[in-house]
Design a protein around this ligand. Structure first.
Ligand SMILES: Nc1ncnc2c1ncn2[C@@H]1O[C@H](COP(=O)(O)OP(=O)(O)OP(=O)(O)O)[C@@H](O)[C@H]1O
Ligand SMILES: Nc1ccn([C@@H]2O[C@H](COP(=O)(O)O)[C@@H](O)[C@H]2O)c(=O)n1
Length: 221
């Protein structure tokens, strides 16, 4: 059982995926955290993140280990817990450039497929290319969307009002444009993914809808 949850930034992928995995007794994998962890390593080691050749040269060096417990999703790089440090603005601003490098993606997809193979009951995997590239035969594919305004308001609230909604909205739009516009495995909805617009739904309603979709699919198998 592989549940693929993709969508632009701030649509609720992480919150929804964790809750769905917990409710259904499945493992959970945050692939965005993995790209952030590689980016953190590049910045820590002085690699120019805007030089794709330099990033490609180092793509195989960081050892990324992701926890798959939805109750406590931790991530480490070379044995160092980076669960907190990967969420800084510096990493967020650099991650799209690093994740666009094909050598980085090849490496991460290997790690992601290995995590799914090791998951006993099944796994909920969230990201940008899970339904299109990483698991094109996933049991259920969900593509979450929400209006730009709703996403910015949610993210701004999360940042505790330290950044205005307008600045947050511009940053989200910039990241989505980079993620959608790259050549290798861009952010995209798989043809067979079910789109769920979360703009006017509470998190609980989104979770219920996704759980129902997974249960329906399970029954039909
Ligand atoms: N349906 C919803 N209604 C209101 N707030 C929501 C909803 N879903 C998620 N949120 C809130 O929006 C914020 C962003 O959610 P989340 O981190 O899950 O999104 P994401 O798609 O994983 O973002 P990113 O791709 O940037 O990591 C969080 O603060 C979360 O609590
Ligand atoms: N499957 C994925 C997942 C993520 N990315 C890149 O990582 C960035 C951070 O993702 P978050 O979900 O933590 O916001 C994202 O902006 C993408 O650049 C990816 O390429 N593929």
């Amino acid at each position: 059982m592989i549940v693929a949850i993709d969508g632009p930034s701030g649509t609720g992928k992480s919150s929804t995926s964790r809750a769905v995995a917990a409710k259904l007794g499945l493992s959970y994998l945050d692939t965005g955290a993995q790209y952030r962890a590689v980016t953190w390593w590049m910045l820590r080691n002085g690699v120019d993140v805007n030089d794709p050749l330099a990033v490609a040269d180092c793509a195989g060096k960081p050892v990324i280990v992701s926890g798959t417990d939805p109750a406590a999703p931790a991530i480490s790089v070379d044995g160092e817990d980076v669960t907190g440090p990967i969420r800084t603005q510096e990493v967020t601003a650099a991650v799209s450039a690093v994740s666009a490098v094909p050598e980085v993606r090849t490496r991460m997809v290997e790690v992601q497929r290995a995590a799914a193979a090791a998951a006993g009951a099944g796994i909920v995997v969230e990201g940008r290319d899970i339904g299109t590239t990483v698991f094109p035969r996933a049991t259920v594919k969900i593509f979450l969307t929400a209006s730009a305004e709703a996403r910015a308001a949610r993210r701004s609230g999360e940042l505790g009002g330290t950044q205005s909604v307008a600045v947050t909205q511009a940053a989200l739009a910039k990241r989505d444009a980079a993620d959608s516009g790259r050549t290798t495995s861009p952010l995209a909805k798989a043809d067979d993914a079910i789109e769920v617009d979360t703009t006017d739904l509470t998190l609980e309603q989104v979770v219920e809808r996704v759980v129902n979709l997974v249960e329906e699919k399970r029954t039909a198998l």
